[in-house]
Design a protein. Structure first.
Length: 404
């Protein structure tokens, strides 16, 4: 009897093994394929076209055209905006997609840039709305009034100078504005700035669950030959080391006003694109650091300048003398950012964090009327003691580290 039980047990094991082979392994392979499908092209070049499909915009003409190079090994992402009015043969490049379709558009862009186009995205402005509502808001700074209305396009843009936290329809209105002295160039700059900030927020905030949900929503709104699995794979490859840079497309304007390829600078452009190397060009900011530490026992000027020299590449001057800076409390740390713009604010705070990582700073932007009276008072204190403020991007009152 025990022999029969032994045979039955052996048969059960064999049957179980057969089930694993016939069911579980194929299922596992399907699951792996579902969540992990490598893309062989590296660098990967993706053509991104923004289409304004409203009737007054000319149908499906490409309003924005960008070539994106993605180096999977290094995490480098290189973005180049192609002028929509670039003359190619008998047409402007923004008309080719509508006239001849995506394959011809990819061929034309590839022949100009000298790199293969592996994938494409065709999006409309609503994608910005979807992205910002998921991972926004995006902080922007408006330097001059922005006002425009177009009832036919349901476009109503009204922004006064100042800092805004935008998402959804408001962000959509901001990136579509082009009715100032900069025109399309200004709009491209705003769009580029918003894209960069959205990418950074995605890098910081999106886990894989949110990424998949967002990807499913986006794929409903775009035309692309990238699927969700490939998007997740790309995100996993570049998320940790993501570095983004913009590469200026080589163009020139003829005497007749046509925008054409600048053939003299095209070879160097193509070389940079092929290597997909991100050139980190961090602007240098000028800081004045004022001592606010009670009875500091060391040489303040020497210590602070050595800290900045070893930690960050920015220009710094110091005031080591202990002055009465009230109503700022002794040992408190404050920074007055005097250079306008969101990009400048982010760069200045990044430098400050590297130079004094354990300090907690109260932040003011006097040019935006934040802490203006206090800033003017500190300037008066400094000037009355022989220290004159000129040409600095930030005034730093340095107190004790870790003090909140």
């Amino acid at each position: 009897m025990s022999r029969w039980w032994h045979l039955i047990g052996l048969a059960t094991l064999l049957l179980g093994g057969l089930l694993v082979v016939l069911f579980l392994i194929p299922f596992a392979m399907f699951f792996v394929d579902l969540v992990y499908r490598p893309i062989s092209h590296d660098p990967l070049y993706v053509l991104v076209m923004g289409v304004d499909s409203s009737p007054t915009a000319g149908g499906d003409r490409t309003d924005v055209m960008m070539l994106v190079g993605i180096n999977q090994k290094t995490g480098n992402v290189l973005i180049s905006s192609i002028p929509r009015d670039l003359v190619v043969g008998e047409h402007k490049i923004n008309a080719i997609y509508k006239i001849a379709g995506i394959d011809e558009t990819k061929r034309v862009v590839s022949s100009i840039t000298g790199v293969p186009i592996h994938r494409y995205f065709v999006v409309n402005y609503d994608v910005f709305k979807t992205l910002s509502e998921s991972i926004g808001p995006v902080e922007v700074y408006v330097e001059t009034p922005m006002h425009y209305e177009d009832v036919h396009q349901n476009l109503f843009i009204h922004f006064e100078p100042g800092t805004y936290q935008l998402k959804g329809d408001e962000l959509l209105a901001y990136i579509r504005f082009r009715y100032d002295e900069k025109g399309d160039i200004g709009r491209l700059e705003r769009q580029r700035d918003v894209i960069l900030k959205l990418l950074r927020k995605a890098q910081q905030e999106l886990d894989y669950g949110r990424l998949i949900n967002l990807g499913l929503d986006l794929l409903k709104e775009v035309k692309t030959d990238l699927d969700l699995v490939e998007l997740v794979y790309l995100y996993s490859k570049i998320r940790k080391n993501l570095k983004i840079s913009y590469l200026t497309f080589p163009y020139t304007v003829t005497e007749s006003g046509d925008v054409v390829v600048d053939k003299a600078n095209l070879p160097s452009f193509t070389e940079k694109l092929k290597n997909c190397i991100v050139e980190e060009t961090t602007p240098k900011y000028r800081f004045l650091v004022v001592n606010n530490i009670a009875n500091y026992p060391y040489n303040f000027d020497l210590v602070v300048k050595s800290q900045w020299a070893s930690r960050v590449s920015c220009e710094v001057s110091t005031v080591g003398e202990e002055l009465d800076l009230s109503p700022i409390k002794r040992n408190e740390s404050v920074v007055f950012i005097t250079r306008k713009g969101i990009t400048a604010r982010e760069g200045i705070l990044e430098c400050l964090k590297k130079a004094h990582p354990s300090h907690q700073f109260r932040i003011y932007e006097p040019w935006n009327l934040e802490g203006l009276d206090l800033y003017l008072h500190i300037i008066d204190v400094l000037s009355s003691n022989g220290y004159y403020i000129e040409g600095f991007d930030a005034l730093v009152i340095l107190g004790v580290s870790g003090l909140e």
